[in-house]
Design a protein around this ligand. Structure first.
Ligand SMILES: [Zn+2]
Length: 257
């Protein structure tokens, strides 16, 4: 039997039992934005959820419902992007984190699939760590969640993210879509962004296979590369989780004080 569960699927008594046995929660954080021709618009959230599943299979615990509503980043000029006011996002992150910690979670992993959320997470997590000193709260992207790892690089819909997709949910990735397009009617009503607001590293040519990407060509992505990076991050996080559990949980009755 799996030692992890989806939070929203449990009944009150099941939740009490699950948290008393293993007070770990993972929260996949994503948002909805254009991710190139080959990836689903919910890529960041799906990536974060599948990654949390890998982590939960190793360490047990509860996976919270994916946070879909966020913003921040340069893809609001693309169609199929739903950026929200970041104040709303921040409030949901903070309120829900406090509730879950009040309910007995001792290890909270906030895993962001969207790189521009780092500042938002830093702002939310600092007061939480202060107010809940007996807990382990890890928040960030794969690059930052343990400590900054200079060997890992993030991108947008390019080689790195696409490799994660090929590793975690290959049936939703379609590299054959990275062909030259002829249909260029792809912009929201305001039309394509003017040059002065274009990010220098993002591709804005809808006929290009690299449309909306930022980073190394997605056509060089492989599941092997994705696996390597994901295993590294899972391993590092698992070490932190295990160390904190050993030092803080009383395994004789599976309960902390
Ligand atoms: Zn992304």
């Amino acid at each position: 039997m799996e030692n992890w569960k989806y939070y929203e699927e449990l009944k009150p008594d099941e939740l009490e039992e699950a948290i008393s046995k293993n007070p770990i929660a993972y929260w996949p954080l994503g948002l909805i934005e254009h991710h190139g021709w080959h990836l689903p618009i919910g890529f960041d959230g799906i990536k974060a959820k599948e990654f949390c599943k890998r982590l939960a299979k190793k360490n047990g615990g509860l996976i919270l419902p994916t946070m879909w509503w966020g913003g921040g980043g340069g893809h609001d000029v693309f169609k199929w992007t739903h950026y929200q006011d970041l104040t709303a996002t921040k409030n949901i992150l903070e309120t829900t984190s406090r509730q879950i910690l009040d309910y007995g979670i001792k290890i909270l992993i906030l895993f962001a699939g969207h790189y521009p959320w780092q500042k938002l997470l830093d702002d939310v997590v600092a007061p939480l760590k202060h107010d809940y000193p007996q807990t382990l709260i890890l928040a960030g992207t794969e690059i930052s969640i343990c400590e900054y790892d200079s060997e890992l690089t993030g991108d947008h819909a390019a080689k790195e993210e696409t490799s994660w997709g090929l590793s975690l949910f290959p049936n939703r990735i379609d590299l054959s879509q990275l062909n030259r397009k002829t249909n260029i009617n792809v912009w929201p009503p305001q039309g394509p962004p003017t040059r002065d607001i274009q990010h220098p590293k993002v591709n804005y040519d809808p006929t290009s296979p690299l449309f909306a990407q930022m980073g190394e060509d997605a056509r060089s992505a492989t599941a092997e590369h994705g696996n390597k990076v994901i295993n590294l991050v899972v391993e590092k996080l698992t070490q932190k989780i295990q160390l904190f559990s050993q030092n803080n949980f009383d395994h004789s009755n599976n309960r902390t004080d």
